[in-house]
Design a binder for this molecule. Structure first.
Ligand SMILES: Cc1cc2nc3c(=O)[nH]c(=O)nc-3n(C[C@H](O)[C@H](O)[C@H](O)COP(=O)(O)O)c2cc1C
Length: 316
């Protein structure tokens, strides 16, 4: 039983001053001499400034509003510091992984990487060069500087807007420079890998096309980033469909751009068999997007003049 006469610590009697209402708190002023602590301070409630505030709030019951808010703010600050530190510390690793992934895609599309093979070893024989798409010439402008073609496409100084007739790939703007990869080096390349991108149904597809050294025969096509529907447009990743590209002719013997994805299947023995590829079932729009983006990049607004120069043995 509680002794009714025994005072609880917070209880006050008439002669101790006015009883605080629920809305009002007694104001207690501690005047401390500089360099000293107040002799009236209770343990757990003591201190001035920020540390005093923390001690006071943290000594409150767990369900108090002030303590809940303070703990929430502290948790948010701690989490944001951890996330920011992780982002900064992991940046070099992320960049290294992105570079390795790019190399993997390049050697894969060129058919140089066996299952479980060493990407760096396969990439050893690959020379990367920057091409000025306006002139079709190699350039040393970005020597030693990492160049991001997709970031450059939004820089008006080194990109241009495409008009409706030009923009069959649905990309809006095209960067002036692009990085290409010569398998075996620029003097004696066996294949050349070109970056390509363009609109499918739901997304922009990013990938690479690889051409044999006749600069006409396709040796591989691969997309490494897109958001088409799995099982429909997403079948661009299906190895069976990717294999259909191998050996297809991008140009005819007169140099006219011919490559296209057809709706349905290519008629065996037809005149177009050399440059036509089966469409993806139930994904005509993605198939058309792939066809259009490839035609864009192999034509005059893409790598057209570069490929022409290269065919004539020039560009370096
Ligand atoms: C949920 C959903 C997702 C779809 N995803 C794709 C897609 O990724 N690519 C595509 O070309 N068509 C996609 N389609 C189908 C298109 O809307 C369109 O019907 C189709 O491209 C026509 O192809 P078809 O003529 O071969 O049937 C999707 C349809 C639905 C309902």
């Amino acid at each position: 039983m509680t002794d009714p006469m025994k005072k609880l610590p917070d209880q006050q009697t008439q002669d101790e001053g006015p009883t605080p209402t629920p809305d009002s708190q007694p104001i207690v002023m501690h005047v401390a001499k500089p360099g000293s602590t107040s002799s009236n301070q209770e343990p757990g409630e003591s201190g001035t400034g920020l540390s005093g505030f923390f001690k006071r709030v943290l000594s409150q019951p767990n369900d108090s509003t002030q303590k809940t808010l303070l703990v929430t703010v502290i948790m948010c600050l701690v989490c944001s510091v951890v996330v920011s530190a992780a982002a900064v510390l992991l940046r070099p690793t992320q960049a290294a992984n992105a570079a390795l992934d790019r190399k993997r895609n390049i050697v894969q599309v060129a058919g140089l990487l066996q299952e479980g093979g060493d990407v760096e070893a396969a990439f050893k024989n690959v020379e990367s060069r920057i091409v000025d798409l306006d002139t079709g010439e190699f350039t040393d402008q970005f020597n030693g500087v990492s160049y991001d073609q997709y970031a450059a496409a939004s820089d008006p100084a080194i990109s241009s807007a495409l008009n409706k007739d030009q923009d069959i790939a649905g990309i809006g703007r095209r960067a002036q420079f692009a990085e290409v990869y010569l398998i075996g080096g620029s003097d004696n390349y066996s294949q050349i890998v070109l970056p390509i991108h363009g609109l499918g149904l739901w997304s922009t597809l990013y990938g690479f096309v690889s051409l044999e050294n006749d600069l006409t025969t396709i040796s591989g096509l691969k997309f490494y980033n897109h958001a088409e529907t799995p099982g429909l447009g997403g079948e661009v990743d299906n190895p069976v469909w990717q294999e259909k590209w191998q050996g297809k002719q991008a140009f005819d013997s007169a140099g006219n751009l011919k490559i296209e994805v057809v709706k349905g299947v290519v008629v065996p023995g037809s005149s177009g068999e050399a440059w036509q590829v089966d469409g993806l079932a139930g994904a005509t729009l993605t198939s058309r997007g792939v066809s259009q983006l490839l035609r864009f990049w192999l034509d005059e607004n893409g790598f057209g003049s570069f490929l022409k120069n290269l065919k004539q043995g020039g560009t370096s």
